[in-house]
Design a protein around this ligand. Structure first.
Ligand code: GLN
Length: 224
């Protein structure tokens, strides 16, 4: 499996992603700068990491989503390449129209940085197949615009098509997200967007490894 990590100015979780991929797969991911118009041939997994692309000006992810590389990401997704967007990456996937809905300001109006509980509500995707259906995992969040919203019809479709893969559980919803939504996939199941940061929980030094199975699934690695 070959991984490419998208780089835009203002992101700050790209090194965390690079480190996670290196640690888990033993392979060095490629990086693709925002002005690139193609995802290199042979890439199986594209990651849009978190941070503050373009300083969160206008709306989180709004400017980044309109950079050339995001059209290349959309093309790759259309070819079936796996795409993972985390936090600001999720915001960009929504702004680019690869996933439905929006992420509004947290209900508390505060930046929230803490660990939450997630329920794996769909373990039947390439990203979540190393978890058990209904498994409860820990995962950190760090954002001020993570309040997922979509109209009633879209929420019903996401639920009906089993496209909500992670929900905040045990009353830990940190942002007011509709239906406790923490992560969703596209209809084809090859694009996942999520607010929590699985890349920050993959080795013991992080205080836990609950994020690791997500990458093992996405990278076609057998669970340890
Ligand atoms: N960690 C992140 O990616 C944060 C995303 C965005 N800047 C927000 O605060 O909502």
């Amino acid at each position: 499996m070959k991984t490419a990590i998208v780089l835009l100015p203002g992101l700050n979780r790209d090194r965390d992603m690079i480190s996670a991929i290196r640690t888990i797969s033993g392979q060095e991911p490629l990086t693709v700068w925002q002005t690139e118009t193609e995802i290199p041939a042979g890439v199986d997994l594209v990651i849009v990491p978190g941070g503050f692309s373009f300083g969160d000006y206008l709306r989180c992810g709004a400017i980044g989503a309109r950079m050339p590389v995001m059209r290349a990401v959309a093309d790759a997704a259309g070819r079936g390449v796996r795409v993972l967007g985390v936090c600001n990456g999720f915001q960009m996937l929504l702004e680019a129209g690869l996933l439905p809905g929006v992420l509004m300001r947290n209900a508390s109006l505060n930046f929230v940085c803490r660990s939450v509980k997630l329920e794996v509500t769909n373990a039947d995707t390439v990203f979540t197949r190393r978890y058990r259906q209904g498994q409860m995992i820990d995962c950190p969040v760090a954002h001020h615009d993570g309040n997922y919203f979509a109209d009633a019809e879209t929420l019903a479709r996401l639920k009906g098509e089993n496209r909500v893969v992670f929900r905040y559980a045990d009353g830990t919803n940190p942002n007011g997200s509709a239906d406790d939504i923490a992560g969703i996939v596209n209809a084809e199941g090859n694009v996942l967007g999520m607010m929590p940061h699985p890349e920050n929980l993959i080795e013991d030094a992080h205080g836990g490894t609950d994020g690791r199975p997500l990458f093992e699934g996405a990278l076609d690695l057998v669970a340890a």
